[in-house]
Ligand binder design. Sequence first.
Ligand SMILES: [Zn+2]
Ligand SMILES: [Zn+2]
Length: 356
Amino acid sequence: MPQFQIPTEQWAQVVEKTGGPSVYKKIPVQKPGPDEVLINVKYSGVCHTDLHAMMGDWPLATKIPLVGGHEGAGVVVAKGELVKDIEIGDHAGIKWLNGSCLACSFCMQADEPLCQHALLSGYTVDGSFQQYAIAKAAHVARIPKECDLEVIAPVLCAGITVYKGLKESGARPGQWVAVVGAAGGLGSMALQYARAMGLHTIAIDGGGQGNEKAQHCQSLGASAFVDFGKSQDLVAEVKAATPDGLGPHAVLCLAVQEKPFQQAADYVRSRGTVICIGLPANAYLKAPVFNTVIRMITIRGSYVGNRQDTQEALDFFARGLIKVPFKTVGLSQLGEVYQLMHDGKIVGRYVVDTSK
Ligand SMILES: [Zn+2]
Ligand SMILES: [Zn+2]
């Protein structure tokens, strides 16, 4: 078993007050509890949730001071005495669900994201925007050694989340799924998971320059691209993108604006399912009751994934079916990433390297 030198201090990004900014500074390295592991985070993806956490947008308070981040890929360097099934030196991932009670009725049925005692990385407990982070051993993602930690980091939230959403949608091979917010980090992965699962996709996005977003989505397997900024009649255009004109069997709403959530129920196929994943601040779902009834539409939320979904999502990646478009910057540059995110200028995913 390899031995690791664990420093007493480390670099981290710390939100010291709600609303930000995040401050790059040195903080102490913590020790893992009996059922926890300490992970030397090498790379961490940056998720829109991290920005919401810093800004305090959601009706759930964060811990303060807070180290954000929940897509951390690294190496287990220490573990508590109760941890038996993961070893020092193994590769592991910190995901949004840092821990749960494992005893409540939700945990018993592998719905641990619904656990009332869930610990959330980079939200209610410190996350992966630091060099050494703690997580409950039962919940860390087991990352195969052959996977590149830099490339796999965004799979730990974005990948798991969209894969779970596609499972929840009930869409079967050969059917059509519309992905709203397709050019973003989640969307880029949703298009590929859908393709790997044998689904056709309609990419919906907008606001980019020229054809950049359309080309990006088509390169990831989208059969059609609809620009919600330019389209005169979004509902008609999305329906027309399916061969029989009846609309997609499922819609994955990954957008961070409210409007696309309102329209999904209009263009989803009768008997289809709208899956809500993106979390626009202060947003509401609206759908006409009449049409929802007579067209038998299902509207459903899908929230991250459980431990099994995690390993399945990583397996698609390990088989080379998911290529994550990403750009790496230093952990010290996180603030610049937040600014781009705030301005809606991100195509693909940003990853931070904790060594710089
Ligand atoms: Zn996330
Ligand atoms: Zn529980």
